[in-house]
Design a protein around this ligand. Structure first.
Ligand SMILES: [Fe+2]
Ligand SMILES: [Fe+2]
Length: 238
């Protein structure tokens, strides 16, 4: 098969995602850049089948379309976003950080990337601990799972959903890195893969934020409105 006769370098140049798949198989592409994939597989006891499966797996984009997500209930959208958060923190960012650390130069990026990761991870935790937590409460109230909805809402009295939404539309944490990475266009293969990974991460973050801004928040604001309407009606009746 054609891919096995290619050098690791040209393979990765063809599709940077293969670098990630190779790393998953235990092959650091930057150490074997001129060797053929076939040789590496033989040396490391990796079967062709394993390679093809890994390439296939990493090449697929397992994501719902915007339309599909919009049709899902709020609770599932939250689960989907939480899953994406986990993937960012446990998988994608550590991989990029590892690549950056392996490069002999890129000093600016070495300095600014960890700062970005810190900020980004904070954003995620805050989002889950405050916003998602509040939305869980709304969903439970909506399902009648709270004996005392007002008491449950009281715990979140500092939450201003519309303000959080406004702030959320402004964040662009990757801006500095995006500009810096553009300079790596003509450098060695490791730098080029880093650039591709950063670009892909940028696209994914944009898409993630779009889902939050255009699906999650509108659904949440609507649910919040419905719940308050119902509760005020009830308190008037009492
Ligand atoms: Fe998020
Ligand atoms: Fe977010």
């Amino acid at each position: 098969m054609r891919v096995f006769n290619l050098t690791i370098g040209s393979l990765v140049d063809e599709n940077y995602i293969y670098a990630r798949a190779l790393s998953y198989l235990g092959v650091d592409f930057y150490d074997h850049h001129d060797r053929k994939l076939l040789e590496i597989c033989e040396e490391m006891n990796i079967t062709k089948d394993q390679v093809l499966k890994a390439f296939y797996l990493f090449d697929q984009s397992h994501r719902f379309s915007f339309k599909e997500l919009n049709k899902l209930p709020l609770q599932i959208v939250i689960e989907y976003l939480k899953h994406a958060h986990q993937q960012f923190i446990k998988d994608k960012l550590p991989y990029i950080a590892r690549l950056i650390a392996r490069h002999q130069d890129l000093d600016d990026l070495k300095l600014i990337f960890p700062e970005f990761v810190d900020e980004f991870v904070n954003h995620i935790y805050e989002e889950e601990d405050t916003l998602f937590h509040y939305l869980d409460t709304l969903i439970k109230i909506d399902k009648g799972q709270h004996a005392n909805p007002l008491a449950a809402l009281w715990k979140h009295r500092s939450m201003r959903l519309k303000d959080v939404f406004e702030d959320h539309q402004e964040v662009d944490e990757l801006a500095g890195i995006r500009n810096l990475a553009e300079e790596y266009q003509d450098q060695d293969i490791l730098a080029r893969v880093i650039l591709q990974e950063i670009k892909a991460f940028d696209r994914e973050m944009w898409y993630h934020a779009e889902i939050e801004n255009k699906i999650l928040f509108p659904k949440a604001i609507e649910l919040e409105g419905q719940i308050w309407k119902r509760l005020t009606k009830l308190t008037r009746l009492n």
